[in-house]
Design a protein around this ligand. Structure first.
Ligand code: SAM
Length: 285
């Protein structure tokens, strides 16, 4: 699973999932005409979207699938708190998807959010995800979109444009992450084209805005803090000394100009969901 310690990222993933949930709600509105019997969330993490799927499709068997048992335990706890029906299953990708298809039975809806780019051969991953579908079933993958914006260009200290520089080093780190994945295959990341190559039809992409304006409420604010802390850890060596000092000042819990107290902190991002349908008789997209 590359160098990510997913279980250690549980809090971040759950907070981020909750903060970004407006896009999931909008995307699921595109699917509300479906009456799925089985729904799978592949790479569910702590289950924020899986629980939403279970709430939207209460008659369906919803299965959260992930390589991390710790994150699936979080998903179960969340489902218990929210009173929704959720099954969980541990599986490593891509190999584990074949067993899943054989054992769980075909799905009418497969959702996979921000997971395919963590698999070396992304086209193969899409083939395998499409292979989980019943005829007429719909695959929805979340890939691309726009990087988040949290900070004013000029923070009042440090060199203006910190967020742009964080984006740039994050993009480099992402390239390195992809190159180092086992079985990494370079591919033109034309997601609709790749869904068609995986045998799906009725392919379309929709982009949804996540817009939490300033001043940020506690949940989104905590999510920004977690993400900046992670950037400090994983991108720190790629930033210059001035930007590191700026980042430390932003993360200082006692500083009035830090992220815990700034009134100008916001969260703006866009998520793209690519939909495709397995040719067949039932379902619809
Ligand atoms: C970026 S998180 C996305 C979580 C959630 N889908 C969301 O949109 O917030 C990626 C998830 O995929 C899982 N994952 C990544 N690579 C995996 C692999 N090779 N096998 C199994 N699970 C994997 C991780 O455990 C993590 O929960």
């Amino acid at each position: 699973m590359n160098d990510f310690d997913w279980a250690a990222m549980a809090d971040l993933l759950e907070l981020e999932g909750e903060t970004h949930s407006p896009y999931v709600r909008q995307a699921l509105r595109e699917l509300e005409h479906l009456t799925p019997r089985r729904v799978m969330d592949i790479g569910s993490g702590p289950g924020v979207t899986a629980c939403r799927l279970a709430a939207v499709f209460p008659d369906a068997e919803v299965v959260a699938v992930d390589g991390s048992p710790e994150l699936l335990a979080r998903a179960e706890a969340r489902a218990g708190r929210l009173g929704v029906r959720l099954r969980t299953r541990v599986a490593g990708f891509p190999e584990g998807l074949a067993d899943l298809a054989a054992e769980a039975g075909p799905a009418d809806l497969v959702w996979s959010g921000q997971v395919v780019h963590h698999v070396g051969d992304q086209q193969d991953a899409l083939h395998r995800l499409a292979g989980l579908l019943a005829p007429g079933g719909v695959l929805a993958i979340v890939e691309g979109g726009l990087p988040p914006r949290w900070l004013p260009r000029d923070l009042g200290f440090g060199r203006p444009g910190l967020q742009d520089r964080l984006d740039a080093v994050q993009a480099d780190r992402f390239n390195r992450m992809r190159a180092e994945l086992p079985g990494s295959v370079a591919v033109v990341e034309d997601w609709p084209g790749m869904l068609r190559t995986a045998g799906l039809t009725e392919v379309r992409s929709r982009t949804f805005l996540v817009d939490h304006p300033a001043p940020l409420p506690d949940g989104p604010r905590a999510s920004v803090r977690r993400q900046l802390e992670r950037y400090r850890t994983v991108l720190g060596e790629l930033l210059d000394a001035e930007d590191l000092t700026t980042l430390d000042r932003l993360l200082d819990p006692d500083a009035p100009e830090g992220v815990d107290r700034r009134t100008d902190l916001f969260l703006l991002t866009a998520k793209t969901v690519h939909f495709g349908q397995r040719p067949g008789l039932s379902g619809g997209s």
